[in-house]
Write a protein that binds this ligand. Structure first.
Ligand code: PLP
Length: 403
């Protein structure tokens, strides 16, 4: 765990430039471009005086290493926070951040479009600790104020929402949270700190499932919490108490992935929009959930607050039997089926948001399957050809009569 140790004066470098240099000092690495991977638990002290002085920058592996410091400093700089801490997964970042602010008797407001395992944490763990979760319609925006009571401790947002991609008015919600003296936590995984900076929009704590775009290669699990000044003491205390720390290899893979985030995201953005616009013309697709698409209900908010889109969006298909869905997904050549996203490769995942919702509804699968697509870095024409063949199989299987 480290304060951002960068004493250099702030520069006007653009994010793409800062991404390359943040958290990196070749002079301190024997000239090597990248930091070494520090593997370690025990740190030794040469004298009793040193042991007691608490002056050594590192005291124990769990409390931070030069490798974790490097990635924490880099993410902190991009998020514009006071402090970043790394954790072993995105969900651990979510649960640690939530635990930092609540106590028995509190109520929290969580968007109904939240990442489903976050919901499980609220309903199974926080509930046992006496914390009550109130789910709200992700499109409430300013009207969320009516849900705040004296017991409300925090608002949790995620924009766009997991699987359903509703945008939220983050600055409006931040202003309300401030006015009521409560915290605003946001899961910012979709945009990454390159395309949205929650703290600059009034959010107190920004959470990244770094597993996704920061690692970027589907080869490690990692999470990050970045807090402003006001919130960081609480985050530090819970981290110390829970004793969580990420692995050294995973941290290094996060650093390595981060350096190419800008070029990767530019391609995910362009190819994602290209495929989404192409899907708009396919008769099998009845709805596209992609905030960067003109006409999407969240488009104006996205355009106002975000500087880009990632490669993840949703579609709803025309009503069809399950065998038609199987015909689509089972024989794709390039799109693999699997959880997670944010790697270089394209993914497809049928989902069923209607079962997880309590404050809002989502159409059930019988009225058309909901599918999540992650558009990877393959050639976009190849990806569209793969999907076109899949949608043709879907149509053929929809019309096939079973005896
Ligand atoms: C994947 C994901 C997480 C959890 O990250 P893990 O590293 O898989 O634990 C949290 N929030 C969002 C929005 C995600 O997509």
């Amino acid at each position: 765990m480290s304060d951002s140790k960068d004493d250099r004066p702030p520069t006007h470098d653009k994010p793409a430039t800062r991404l390359i240099h943040a958290g990196r000092d070749p002079g301190a690495q024997n000239g090597f471009v990248n930091p070494a991977v520090t593997r370690g638990s025990t740190v030794v002290f040469p004298t009793l005086a040193k042991l007691k002085s608490r002056e050594q920058p590192y005291t124990y592996g769990r409390r931070g290493t030069p490798t974790t410091d490097a990635l924490e400093a880099a993410i902190c700089e991009l998020e514009g926070g006071a402090r970043t801490i790394l954790l072993g997964s995105g969900l651990q970042a979510v649960s640690t951040a939530l635990l930092a602010f609540v106590e028995a008797g509190d109520e929290i407001l969580v968007t109904d479009s939240v990442y489903q395992p976050t919901r499980v944490f609220c309903d199974k763990v926080l509930k046992r600790l006496g914390v009550h979760t109130v789910y709200y319609d992700p499109r409430l925006n300013g009207a969320i104020e009516e849900l705040i009571t004296e017991r409300t401790r925090l608002i949790f947002t995620e924009a766009p929402g997991s699987q359903t991609f509703e945008m939220q008015d983050i600055p409006a919600i931040s202003a309300i949270a401030r006015r009521h003296g409560i915290w605003h936590l946001m899961d910012n995984t979709w945009a990454s700190p390159l395309y949205f900076q929650p703290l600059a929009h009034g959010v107190d704590v920004s959470i990244q499932a770094a597993t996704k775009y920061i690692v970027g290669h589907a080869d490690a699990m990692l999470g990050a919490i970045t807090a402003n000044d006001r919130a960081s003491a609480k985050i530090n205390a819970i981290k110390e108490g829970l004793g969580t720390s990420p692995g050294s290899e995973e941290t290094y893979l996060g650093l390595r992935g981060l350096r190419t985030l800008d070029v990767r995201l530019k391609q995910h953005h362009a190819s994602g929009l290209n495929v989404a616009q192409w899907l708009q013309k396919r008769p099998e697709v009845v709805e596209i959930m992609h905030p960067a698409l003109p006409g999407d209900p969240g488009h104006d908010l996205w355009q106002r607050d975000f500087s880009g889109a990632s490669g993840l969006f949703g579609i709803r298909l025309a009503p069809a039997p399950e065998k038609a869905l199987a015909a689509l997904v089972d024989q794709l050549r390039l799109f693999a089926m699997g959880y997670s996203w944010g790697g270089y490769e394209s993914l497809i995942l049928p989902c069923n948001p209607c079962t997880a919702r309590t404050a809002t509804t989502w159409p059930p699968p019988e009225t058309g399957f909901t599918i999540r697509l992650h558009i990877g870095l393959e050639d976009v024409e190849d990806l569209k050809a793969d999907l076109a063949a899949g949608l043709d199989r879907f149509t053929a299987a929809s019309h096939q009569h079973t005896g």
